[in-house]
Design a protein around this ligand. Structure first.
Ligand SMILES: Cc1cc2nc3c(=O)[nH]c(=O)nc-3n(C[C@H](O)[C@H](O)[C@H](O)COP(=O)(O)O)c2cc1C
Length: 389
């Protein structure tokens, strides 16, 4: 189990459907631009993040292809890429997985996304009701895992038929890339207990996260397995608590009630995800009580589906909140903030030191050892400080 003394594994997020500075507004928004995703990936690779989550869905760039592009342009960064059972066959996903792991030099992490929108899944040709999707996923991963770990698999199942499937080239990671998963329903937890390495939750208040962790641990233990835990959160970290709260307000300052109502209506009609319902229940579409637990702010979820909460505060405050999650068993954080390039810098520069995380990789020397302070650069360079001062 993780303890406060072990540093968190800290990942960032690639906003592969677009980005912006104000939720629910076109002001200062950024389109889904491959060049921008490369900038973010290269920045976070250098800033010391261990990886990035690449989301999946009809609105996003295709995640395996995007990860392949970003892997070619980064050095250490890992890629948490989604498998959606049924969108392609287990054998095809095994080939995608193996090739991406090989060409990225073993930097692939897998995220099982079963899906929580009947409407979106129907567009992909998947018509199963909520709980049955997990039975289908169970058969899918019976084939996928056997194939990726041994090179062959066979199943004549209720949902999946894979006859003498073969995989010629194994992934670089032995026996396979780690498998992450998020899903809050009982069916999701039952499905995942025998398969996954890391369980992910969106950023619910600590008491609710504790309840989920206990459930998942119990289900895994019943199968003689252990699972580790991660949390997906937005961050608004500033030099002071006041500044952070002002910027949380600013993020939704151009968001009007009609836009909130329209977004909440879409979630209600199109989503059967238990995880999504738990996110909505934190605010119920109301903007007057958004601090749902100390420093945990549900403003993002007024219009964004999925991860809807942010930790808001100074680096010290936010680090203390993260330690509360760590005490529950969380060892991994998947973070984001709007806009994703600038906020990646803020989180790394302000929060990483508080968390004991290393910060920028490959730091190069900036002087011959004499003390200097930043003085604006340019023609004058830095300012040499006389020794002793
Ligand atoms: C960290 C995390 C990341 C997720 N990423 C995606 C995603 O990229 N695309 C998507 O459609 N669903 C995503 N989901 C949703 C879940 O995969 C799942 O399909 C959904 O919560 C429905 O399951 P449930 O009803 O069991 O909660 C994510 C969930 C979590 C916790």
């Amino acid at each position: 189990m993780a303890t406060n003394s072990q540093p968190l594994d800290f990942l960032w997020f690639i906003p592969s459907s677009g980005d912006g500075a104000y939720l629910g507004s076109d002001a200062l928004s950024r389109p889904a631009d491959p060049g921008y995703f490369r900038e973010i990936a290269q920045a976070v690779d250098r800033l010391g993040y261990s990886g990035v989550l690449i989301p999946t869905g009809a609105a996003c760039e295709e995640s395996f292809i995007l990860a392949a592009d970003l892997a070619a342009r980064t050095e250490k960064l890992k890629f948490l890429v989604a498998i959606r059972p049924g969108v392609a066959s287990p054998s095809y996903y095994a080939r995608l997985t193996s090739t991406l792991d090989r060409i990225s030099n073993g930097r692939l992490l897998l995220n099982i996304v079963v899906g929580g929108s009947a409407q979106e899944l129907a567009g992909d040709g998947i018509f199963l009701p909520h709980d049955e999707r997990y039975l289908h996923a169970g058969e899918f991963f019976e084939v996928f895992n056997k194939l990726i770990e041994t090179g062959s698999a066979h199943l004549d199942g209720k949902y999946i038929q894979a006859h003498h499937a073969e995989l010629g080239l194994p992934p670089l990671q032995d026996p396979r890339p780690p498998i992450y998963f998020g899903g809050s329903s009982d069916a999701a937890i039952d499905f995942s207990a025998g398969i996954i390495d890391k369980y992910l939750t969106w950023g619910e208040p600590p008491a609710q996260v504790a309840e989920k962790i206990a459930k998942v641990r119990k289900a895994a233990a019943a199968l003689g397995r252990q699972v580790t835990f991660g949390i997906r959160l937005h961050f608004i970290v500033r030099e002071t608590d006041e500044e952070a709260w002002a910027d949380a307000e600013r993020l939704i300052s151009k968001l009007d009630d009609a836009t909130i109502a329209a977004a909440q209506d879409v979630f209600a009609r199109n989503s059967d995800s238990v995880g999504q319902a738990r996110m909505v229940a934190l605010h119920n579409g109301r903007r007057d009580k958004l601090e749902v637990s100390p420093n945990l702010w549900a403003g993002v979820g007024l219009v964004r589906s999925g991860a809807g909460t942010a930790l808001v505060g100074s680096a010290k405050t936010v680090a203390a909140r993260l330690r509360e999650y760590q005490d529950l068993g969380i060892d991994t954080v998947i973070a984001s903030g709007y806009p994703h390039l600038e906020e990646a810098y803020r989180v790394s520069e302000l929060l990483f030191p508080e968390l004991g995380l290393a910060g920028p990789r490959n730091q190069i020397r900036s002087s011959f050892g004499k003390r200097q302070v930043f003085g604006g650069g340019g023609h004058g360079g830095n300012v040499r400080v006389a020794s002793g001062s």
